[in-house]
Design a protein around this ligand. Structure first.
Ligand SMILES: Nc1nc2c(c(=O)[nH]1)N[C@H]1C(S)=C(S)[C@@H](COP(=O)(O)O)O[C@H]1N2
Ligand SMILES: [Mo]
Length: 199
C-alpha cells in the first residue's frame, strides 16, 4: 500500500489517534452556541483566580506579547482529525507568567465570551502546550472557528480549545465545563481515546 509521507518523516496514518479519520483539507465547524458578535475591538483575554495579579489584555496588548504558534494536528471527539495545520498567536505560558500563577493552582477553567467553558489541568496548558491564537494558516482566524481569538490545546480533543476565548481562571480543584457536565471526559486525551467520562 502506498503511504503518504508527511511532516518530519512521520507517516500520515501513524498520526491518527485511535478511532479518528483524516478530514483532509476541510475544517468542520462545531459550535454549541450562537456565534457572538466579537471583533478585535471588543475582544479581551483575562487571567484571574489563583494568581498574584489578575490581568486583562485587549487585542493590542495581546499582540505585543511574544509571537508563538503551533504547527501540527488537531483531533475532534466526533472523530475527525485535521493533520498538518497551523495556528499562531501567543503562548498561554506568556499570559500566565504575567499574571503570576500561585503555587496552589492545579486546574484552569477556560471560558468563552459566549459562556462556553471547559476545564483543564494546569499541567496540560503550560510548558508550550496551549496558545491563544488569532491566525489560522497565515490568515486571521475566521469567526466560525472562534475568531478573533480562541484557545488552542492541540494535545487534547478539540472541545478543550474554547472558541471566542475570554479568559482562564486558575483554581485549586477541577471544575467540569460545558461538555464535561454533559458526559465528556474530564481530560480528553485523544491517544488514550478519552471521549466520555469513564473512558
Ligand atoms: N465557545 C465554544 N468553543 C468551542 C466549541 C463550542 O461549541 N463553543 N466547540 C468545541 C468543539 S466540540 C470542537 S470540536 C471545536 C470545534 O472548532 P471548530 O469549529 O473551529 O472546528 O471547538 C471547541 N470549542
Ligand atoms: Mo468536538
Amino acid at each position: 500500500m502506498a503511504r503518504l509521507g508527511f511532516g518530519r518523516g512521520q507517516l500520515r496514518d501513524d498520526r491518527l489517534p485511535p478511532g479518528q479519520y483524516d478530514t483532509g483539507s476541510s475544517f468542520p465547524v462545531l459550535t454549541a452556541e450562537v456565534s457572538p458578535k466579537l471583533t478585535a475591538q471588543n475582544w479581551s483575554f483575562r487571567v484571574d483566580g489563583l494568581v498574584e495579579k489578575a490581568r486583562t489584555w485587549d487585542w493590542q496588548a495581546a499582540h505585543k506579547l511574544a509571537a508563538s504558534g503551533y504547527e501540527g494536528d488537531i483531533h475532534c471527539v466526533t472523530s475527525w482529525s485535521k493533520l498538518g495545520t497551523s495556528f499562531s498567536g501567543a503562548s498561554l505560558d506568556t499570559f500566565l507568567a504575567e499574571a503570576g500563577v500561585l503555587p496552589q493552582a492545579t486546574h484552569v477553567v477556560a471560558w468563552s465570551h459566549t459562556g462556553y467553558t471547559t476545564n483543564l489541568p494546569l499541567a496540560e496548558v503550560t510548558g508550550g502546550r496551549a496558545w491563544v491564537v488569532w491566525e489560522h494558516e497565515g490568515k486571521p482566524l475566521p469567526p466560525e472557528h472562534g475568531g478573533p481569538a480562541r484557545l488552542l490545546v492541540p494535545r487534547l480533543y478539540f472541545w478543550k480549545s474554547a472558541k471566542w476565548i475570554g479568559g482562564v481562571r486558575l483554581l485549586d480543584h477541577d471544575e467540569p465545563g460545558f461538555w464535561e457536565q454533559r458526559g465528556y471526559h474530564e481530560l480528553g486525551d485523544p491517544w488514550l481515546e478519552q471521549r466520555y467520562a469513564g473512558d
